[in-house]
Design a protein around this ligand. Structure first.
Ligand SMILES: [Zn+2]
Length: 60
């Protein structure tokens, strides 16, 4: 048994549990939905435009 990543309920981590590691289809859909939405929401992290490169030419 493992805790469901979504709700924390004990869920059987076994082939007979098609929603593992989640406890149910609901938790699985919700978790995957949140994961996808966050992925689409943060495509690029805006940072300072003057970020120095790792290798500066002429400095060696
Ligand atoms: Zn759950």
């Amino acid at each position: 048994m493992i805790p469901c990543p979504r709700c924390g309920a004990q869920a059987p981590y076994a082939p007979e549990n098609p929603w593992r590691p989640f406890c149910s289809e609901r938790c699985r859909v919700i978790d995957l939905g949140n994961w996808a939405s966050e992925t689409y929401r943060v495509p690029v992290v805006p940072g300072p435009s003057d970020t120095p490169p790792d290798t500066e030419p002429g400095e060696k």
